[in-house]
Design a protein around this ligand. Structure first.
Ligand code: COA
Ligand code: MG
Length: 294
């Protein structure tokens, strides 16, 4: 499934939950964590469950993930137990400290799925892998443990929480570019996602009124291999989709790759005198899937 846009929706806001039906994000992330004040955690959890129940799988215009509270907090297990029964398409783990956290969450989901009649293994997991120093240093664990975490669907990172965890007063220098620590976190997230064979999703673009800046950034990170971007405002969703649209020459090339494989007898083919094999085919199919996405 394309995951170009993943829009955070505070789960305790009736107004924003209602609005999310019209947004056409690839993924909505009902947030129980940072967008919800501590006294409203329980309300948000119940509202997320009600939202999911009212929109069974198959009737959802977008995939629906839920961002739970960090696994270090007592709320997390309650979050998984309550929202898991609503068959979300995925769980987002904030401040994830590595593959061991994904395994723990996965074990809890095994129980909930069995108890609630949700197909086994169908709730995916998308950790925010790079939003703490520990998380950034544990990035290799996703690649190492990939066969033990089949629920893993995507990796992303969070610049603001990482800034706080590092004790920095800002994450950009006078030139407006990320400091090296954040470039490293971003790059490791991309590499870990690729090594684990899952989607690489870039962090939020906080200045949500700057559509021009967001569009340019999306085009640039698409070129670098990112598959999507987190969003905080509905207006960012069409901009992100535009930014991740493959350029015309990539579409033409992908169509030619598919045609070359149609007439090839086995797993390799020739195009313009060069050998092409399965990774080319996989990439071509993905580009055509993006072309066809609304
Ligand atoms: N999801 C769904 N609907 C949203 C939304 C979101 N993330 N953000 C805004 N909306 C809705 C508003 O309710 C408003 O609806 P209306 O047309 O029915 O009045 C409309 O979109 C326009 O919103 P706008 O007035 O421009 O923004 P705002 O001032 O209401 O909200 C934010 C601005 C940043 C507070 C809001 O976008 C938001 O809550 N974002 C998510 C924050 C979050 O989850 N953070 C945690 C992850 S980093
Ligand atoms: Mg946060």
């Amino acid at each position: 499934m394309p995951m170009r846009s993943m829009l955070f929706v505070p789960a305790d806001s009736d107004k924003k939950l209602a609005k999310s039906d019209d947004v056409k994000a690839d993924v909505l992330i009902l947030d129980l964590e940072d967008a919800v004040a501590p006294p409203r955690k329980a309300i948000a959890r119940d509202m997320a469950f009600e939202y999911l129940k009212a929109r069974p799988r198959g009737s959802r215009p977008s995939k629906v993930f839920v961002r739970i509270n960090p696994l270090t907090m007592p709320e997390a297990e309650k979050d998984i137990a309550v929202v898991g029964a609503g068959a979300p398409d995925g769980i987002m783990i904030p401040k994830c400290a590595g593959a061991a956290d994904v395994m723990r969450c996965s074990g809890l989901l095994d129980t909930i799925e069995a108890r609630s009649g949700v197909p086994a293994g169908s709730i995916k997991i998308a950790p925010i892998a790079g939003e703490s120093a520990r998380g950034v240093l544990a990035m290799e664990s996703y690649a190492r443990e990939r066969t033990h975490i089949p629920r893993l669907a995507a990796l992303t990172w969070g610049v603001w929480d990482l800034t706080v965890d590092v004790g920095a007063s800002s994450h950009k220098g006078p030139d407006g570019k990320f400091d090296f620590t954040y470039q490293l976190a971003m790059s490791l997230t991309l590499l870990a996602a690729k090594a684990a064979g899952v989607e690489a999703i870039d962090t939020v673009y906080s200045d949500y009124k700057d559509e021009r800046g967001l569009l340019a950034l999306c085009k640039d990170i698409r070129r670098q291999g990112w598959m999507g971007k987190l969003a905080i405002h509905p207006a960012q969703v069409p901009v992100i989709h535009e930014g991740f649209r493959p350029p015309a020459e990539d579409i033409v090339y992908a169509e030619r790759v598919l045609a070359a494989f149609k007439s090839a007898a086995d797993g390799v083919a020739t195009l313009d005198g060069a050998m092409i094999d399965q990774p080319h085919l996989k990439q071509a199919r993905y580009i055509l899937e993006l072309r066809d996405a609304q």
